[in-house]
Design a protein around this ligand. Structure first.
Ligand SMILES: [Zn+2]
Ligand SMILES: [Zn+2]
Length: 205
């Protein structure tokens, strides 16, 4: 009886996007390194670390702050190629960590096709290899949201780590954090710290 109750309770937690309990328990024994790149608030690092640990169940190690990756910088701008940063993060990942998440304050971009037109420098919130070991998030486009910035940074970090864990984009539920934000915060306002049933199934496989 006890087991049934626990199972039911767990199912309730996992399927309750609008409820007060948003955290999802997931058994992931991996270890993730968090690297502040540039001028990143240390409190923000701690918040993201705690949320990743609570959501995915992985252990987290915050690394000492690192400088910007100059090789990833687009000439004559203050913009950085997110995919170049991902490549440059590879050798920075400590040997005892399975993955690395960079958190930065500079504008990051990737190449994106929208309605048949390729934009080589499309501004983004974050990028992650899928499946993979490196991801990056930036507060550059989220700072304007004031008190909501940390909340949105957490959603983007959970999303990019989700890609690392093998989750593709999802359009099954507006609250699912694997929705593609497409560079606008509109999607983030809809999302919760929650994965839909379909994404959870992929994660638990
Ligand atoms: Zn994504
Ligand atoms: Zn989903």
């Amino acid at each position: 009886m006890k087991i049934y109750f626990s199972l039911f309770f767990f199912a309730f937690l996992a399927c309750n996007p609008g409820g007060s309990v948003k955290k999802v328990a997931h058994k992931d024994s991996s270890k993730m390194a968090l690297l502040p790149i540039g001028n990143v608030d240390s409190q923000r690092m701690v918040i993201i670390a705690e949320e990743l640990r609570d959501f995915y169940g992985m252990s987290i190690r915050i690394l000492p702050p690192g400088g910007y990756f100059k090789q990833a910088k687009l000439e004559n701008t203050n913009r950085y190629s997110a995919s170049s940063i991902l490549s440059l993060l590879k050798p920075v990942k400590p040997a005892d960590c399975d993955r690395i998440l960079g958190i930065t304050d500079v504008d990051i971009f990737t190449s994106k096709e929208v309605k048949g037109v390729v934009y080589p420098h499309w501004g983004i919130f974050g990028l992650g290899t899928m499946p993979g070991r490196e991801c990056i998030v930036s507060d550059f486009r989220l700072r304007k949201f004031g008190k909501k910035t940390n909340e949105f940074m957490v959603l983007v970090a959970l999303h990019e780590v989700g890609h690392n864990l093998g989750l593709p984009h999802c359009d099954k539920h507006p609250h699912c954090l694997m929705n593609d934000a497409k560079g606008t915060a509109k999607t983030l306002f809809q999302e919760k710290k929650w994965l839909c049933g379909s994404c959870r199934k992929k994660l638990d496989r």
